[in-house]
Write a protein that binds this ligand. Structure first.
Ligand code: UDP
Length: 253
């Protein structure tokens, strides 16, 4: 029996060759890692939840004209995506201070920022994904000035869409990370949103209580991660409204 070819395995996802040229199958694992994989666990149900949530956010982005890699969901854990050349940057957008920004600049977590701040980290686990400036990105050829302008414009559109969508269900979007891919069309390329959008890569706080509904629950040992993600999915209508906060979510088709 022929087995499909694994193209890449990361900390939370696996990419397989897709059924058509120019596609990959993206498989969401239950593995959770933090602090550059120093902290690890398997959280039952996380992969299925992130598959559904990333589908939800990417489909919403497509519907407002923000190009992204999502084609269709295949099953509980897998989705078909467009093959892209990933730009080796983590593009971070922040609306409120938290995490590394709070540490670096001594700003209390939760402080509203005067405007959304877009930051870049160079994707390299062995270096701990260091923060880089546009100067480094252009000098080292990871992206051009035009690419950066396009990336910032994309990131801010994603920020407005996600902030508004989450605001509608009582969740504050504190910050998030996206990755951007290049698609080649002969000598021309365009940039699209790739990777995933899920509570693994966002900070999501309940608007009323401040309760954390994202990967900080795992990073900071604040409770059950799958329960937090189930709550986000339930509020967004991705899970039935009566879904129980259990580690084995009931997924609707
Ligand atoms: N983030 C991510 N992957 C990373 C680093 C950060 O998805 O490798 C997300 C993180 O979940 C948060 C945002 O990017 O929503 C900003 O993270 P920050 O720089 O504050 O780093 P952290 O405190 O998570 O180390």
């Amino acid at each position: 029996m022929s087995r499909r070819k694994k193209v890449y395995e990361g900390k939370a996802k696996i990419l397989y060759e897709g059924p058509e040229p120019g596609t990959y199958v993206q498989y969401f694992k239950d593995d959770a890692t933090a602090f550059n994989a120093e902290k690890k666990d398997v959280i039952e149900g996380k992969g299925a939840l992130n598959n559904r949530l990333s589908e939800f956010f990417m489909t919403g982005l497509s519907n407002i004209g923000v190009p992204n890699h999502f084609l269709r969901r295949l099953n509980m854990r897998e989705q078909l995506i467009r093959q892209v050349e990933i730009i080796p940057l983590e593009v971070i957008v922040r609306n409120f201070a938290a995490g590394s920004l709070s540490k670096r600049l001594g700003i209390e977590e939760g402080t509203a920022l005067p405007r959304p701040i877009v930051e870049f980290s160079y994707k390299d686990d062995s270096l701990g994904d260091p923060l880089v400036a546009e100067e480094h990105i252009i000098a080292f050829g990871w992206a051009s000035q035009q690419d950066l302008d396009d990336i910032i414009a994309l990131a801010l559109r994603v920020n407005d869409f996600l902030s508004g969508t989450l605001y509608g269900v009582g969740i504050k979007l504190v910050d998030f990370k996206i990755e951007i891919g290049r698609i080649w069309d002969n000598d021309f390329h365009r940039l699209i949103v790739a990777d995933e959008i899920s509570p693994d890569s966002c900070r999501l706080w309940d608007m009323k209580t401040g309760q954390k509904l994202d990967k900080d629950v795992f990073r900071r040992d604040l409770g059950n991660l799958a329960d937090a993600y189930t709550e986000v999915a339930r509020r967004l209508g991705v899970l039935p409204a009566n879904a129980q906060p259990v580690t084995k979510p009931t997924l609707i088709n």
